[in-house]
Design a protein around this ligand. Structure first.
Ligand code: PMV
Length: 313
């Protein structure tokens, strides 16, 4: 029996499009920040057949069982396994947990099989469960190389200063996303400017690494915000247009941009849902918390900081 804990991550340069939907090969490389307070702990043990519990209760295991079948194809038939998974996400945060979940499962399952795989291999396997899971093995910043095939598409740790960065997670809604990321990406890839977004992403990836290396969070935040808002613009201009934003999402974006004009270090990034993550530095967190409480008293806010890599028990 092996227990693994993996933290979730938020992309500053997004993965939003697949070059290969079966292998989860992305159209762009992406860069993320691992968060401390958001993680999944998963225990795997051998059994006669596959079972899955989430937070102590039997849960829909469709994606998990598909992932196990993929692992059997890659690693050889290892029989059935019992998977008990617990998501530790502040109830107020409304963050998706597939990244931490598939990373923890990959780590625990392969160790239970007696394998001691390097993180690049673990990352490659977890990618098949959820693309963003490839980035959840590493502390602080991770870079997922898009690659061009199964072997070349994996994430690695980036040695960049992470002492100063902080992220405020503002929960607009706790509801499950209406359009899953796979469908959202498929639609976004029909936007007329999709190729342009991909091309710009490569330049942004270089620029943000330079900014983070210089501990320039203003520059890094600016790049991340442009990248994320352009991703959401793809959704809105797809052949079948859609949006993850609500009126409150838009109000929060405007609010953050206005604070910035007053000299506050704050930039938004948004994933496949309405919740807003604000990129800032540690010293600005209290200022932002006060301003948010005043302007959006009903919205729960969680302060998050860089998190650690995968651990085993
Ligand atoms: O890993 P998936 O398939 O849930 O896709 C994640 C997509 C975004 O969260 C929107 C962006 C990212 O890079 O994490």
């Amino acid at each position: 029996m092996v227990t693994a804990t993996a933290h979730t991550n938020i992309a500053l340069i997004k993965y939003w499009g697949k070059a290969d939907a079966t292998l989860n090969l992305p159209t762009t490389s992406s860069l993320s920040l691992t968060l401390d307070d958001f993680y999944t702990t998963t225990t795997v043990s051998r059994a006669d057949k596959d079972t899955f519990t989430l937070n102590g209760a039997p849960a829909d295991g469709t994606r998990v069982f598909q992932f196990l079948d993929m692992l059997r194809g890659e690693l050889g038939d290892f029989g059935g396994v019992t998977i008990d998974s617990v998501n530790h996400v502040p109830t107020s945060a409304g963050l998706a947990s597939s990244a931490s979940a598939f990373a923890a499962l990959t780590g625990a399952a392969t160790r239970e099989l007696g394998l001691d795989l390097d993180t690049a291999t673990l990352s490659r396997l977890a990618r098949r469960g959820s693309g963003s899971a490839s980035r959840s093995f590493f502390a602080d910043f991770a870079l997922w190389h898009a690659g061009h095939d199964d072997a070349s598409s994996f994430a690695e740790s980036l040695a960049l200063p992470a002492d100063d960065i902080a992220m405020l997670v503002v929960q607009v809604s706790a509801a499950k996303k209406s359009i899953g990321s796979t469908l959202g990406m498929q639609r976004a890839q029909t936007a007329p400017t999709y190729a342009d977004w991909v091309a710009k992403s490569a330049a942004q990836l270089n620029d943000i690494q330079r900014a983070l290396a210089n501990a320039d969070l203003t520059k890094a935040g600016e790049i991340a915000e442009v990248n994320a808002l352009a991703m959401h613009h793809l959704n809105e201009t797809a052949r079948e247009p859609f949006t993850y934003f609500t009126a409150e999402t838009r109000a929060l974006i405007a609010f953050v941009q206005q604070l910035r004009q007053q000299g506050v270090l704050a930039f938004v990034t948004i994933d496949a849902g309405p919740n807003v993550k604000i990129i800032t530095d540690r010293t600005t967190v209290p200022t932002l918390q006060t301003a948010l409480k005043q302007a959006f008293p009903a919205l729960p806010v969680t302060a998050a900081y860089p998190g650690g890599g995968i651990t085993y028990a």
